[in-house]
Design a protein around this ligand. Structure first.
Ligand code: ACO
Length: 209
């Protein structure tokens, strides 16, 4: 049987084909009914997206095309902190409650696509970490083997629509380059707080030599 292929009728429209919605960040094929419907549903239900349209004094660590990585800290201007707390709510939807004071003490590396927040790494200064094993979603920590580390990844989150595009990897590369002045932190000196299944799968790839 011959495989069906999606066809487009070009009737002169200028916006046919793959596009990313500037409002919600959804990647879809414009002109394909199922994709259009899915996008409309997603866009309507997605009032929670956080927009950062550009501050004069933003700490930009990377800029490429329509994406950029910013660093925001809890003692930045009130308008910046307000955005951080909105991001906190999105992360909490995926990872559960985060204590506000502790959250604001961390440094936040934020990945934006068309000014929409699609990823965030929340990190802190940590000196000691312990190896753990992960089996059947159970994390077992071995406290007998303390290890020297320089940075702790408290939370890492990427929007469900933007996963497996290397965003978490890029965020942690920037963290390792920028967190300590004048040096790049080696993979061996990065620690993760208690990870989820996604976190373990990501970490195993990211930390593999
Ligand atoms: N399954 C299998 N392998 C994975 C997965 C997964 N779900 N996620 C990442 N990887 C591996 C892959 O090898 C991937 O490379 P590939 O896509 O070329 O195969 C590699 O890691 C790099 O992945 P990224 O694309 O950089 O990761 P992504 O941007 O998708 O973000 C993250 C990963 C942050 C874990 C995302 O899935 C997420 O936000 N999940 C929900 C929140 C969460 O669980 N966060 C981790 C909590 S633990 C903590 O915060 C310390």
């Amino acid at each position: 049987k011959q495989k069906q292929k999606q066809l487009f009728l070009d009737l002169g429209q200028t916006d046919l084909g793959q596009r990313t919605c500037k409002k919600c960040g959804f990647l879809y094929i414009n002109g394909v009914e199922a994709d259009d419907k899915e996008h409309t549903r997603f866009c309507k239900g997605n009032k929670a997206n956080v927009h950062i349209s550009g501050w004069n004094d933003e700490r930009v660590h990377m800029k490429k095309g329509s994406s950029r990585i910013l660093e925001v800290r809890g003692n930045d201007a009130a308008s910046h902190v307000k955005k951080l707390l909105q991001i906190k709510r999105m992360i909490e939807d995926a990872l559960g409650f985060i204590e506000e004071e502790e959250f604001l003490e961390r440094n936040h590396y934020i990945y934006l696509e068309n000014d929409i927040v699609v990823g965030c790494a929340c990190v802190e200064s940590v000196n000691t970490a312990y190896p753990f094993s992960y089996d059947n979603e159970i994390v077992a920590i071995d406290k007998s083997k303390p290890m020297d580390v320089h940075v702790g990844i408290s939370h890492i989150w990427v929007h469900s629509n933007s996963r497996r595009k290397g965003i978490a990897k890029l965020l942690l590369n920037i963290v390792r380059q920028k967190f300590m002045y004048g040096m790049t932190i080696s993979l061996a000196h990065c620690a993760f707080s208690q990870p989820t299944k996604d976190g373990v799968l990501f970490g195993q790839n990211y930390c593999a030599p």
